[in-house]
Design a protein around this ligand. Structure first.
Ligand SMILES: Cc1cc2nc3c(=O)[nH]c(=O)nc-3n(C[C@H](O)[C@H](O)[C@H](O)COP(=O)(O)O)c2cc1C
Length: 186
């Protein structure tokens, strides 16, 4: 059984990202994966302070004793990470960025605890074109991250969905999420 952690970076509880997250998690749970979802907007994740306290003896926690210190054990147990976010100003949301920045605390001597893990991503945006949306910046950023972790990219799906309810009507996007689920399952 694989442990899948989905990071939802949208503040809209019934928004388009949530639709994709629910669809993906349902398929994965039906095939007996252990799925956990972090609704990042509900968590009071403080910004990384860049102090590198976490580099001294690599305690796998942060000097800021906030919610992240309670999340690190789950993160460390995860096999596959799924980044899910709306595009905000031509990149993924600030909620997701805060979380990713705090992964700095999981460095170990000579590497990072997430080295070699698997990753997937799902992005939605309001613009009707890929070029206009700026999603490519989010994609590039995640690809750099996966490369840093010497990880495996299982796939990045994205599509247009502006208003609440739009993702549920985007047939291609939903099909892409189903296809991504197949890659995560196997
Ligand atoms: C602050 C903000 C910035 C946005 N920036 C972009 C953008 O750069 N490109 C784009 O195509 N859509 C942009 N959008 C539209 C959202 O990506 C779109 O509404 C999406 O469906 C929101 O996803 P959600 O329902 O999961 O929250 C922006 C929306 C907000 C609120």
């Amino acid at each position: 059984m694989k442990k899948v952690l989905i990071l939802n970076g949208s503040p809209r509880k019934k928004g388009n990202t949530a639709v994709l997250v629910e669809k993906l998690s349902k398929i994965l749970e039906e095939s007996n994966n252990d799925v956990e979802i972090f609704k990042l907007n509900d968590l009071n994740i403080k910004p990384c302070q860049g102090c590198f306290w976490c580099y001294k003896d690599f305690p796998l926690k942060c000097v800021q004793d906030d919610v992240m210190n309670t999340l690190y054990p789950t993160i460390l147990e995860t096999d596959i990470f799924v980044f899910a976010s709306p595009v905000y100003w031509y990149n993924y949301s600030g909620q997701l960025k805060l979380f990713i920045d705090r992964l700095v605390a999981l460095h170990v001597k000579g590497g990072h605890a997430l080295d070699g893990k698997k990753f997937a991503s799902m992005f939605v945006y309001g613009n009707s074109s890929v070029e206009g949306s700026g999603v490519q910046n989010a994609i590039n950023s995640i690809k750099y991250l996966i490369h840093y972790f010497k990880g495996e990219n299982l796939g990045i799906v994205h599509g247009t969905a502006e208003n609440i309810g739009d993702a549920a009507k985007n047939v291609q996007l939903l099909a892409d999420v189903r296809e991504l689920a197949e890659k995560i399952k196997t």
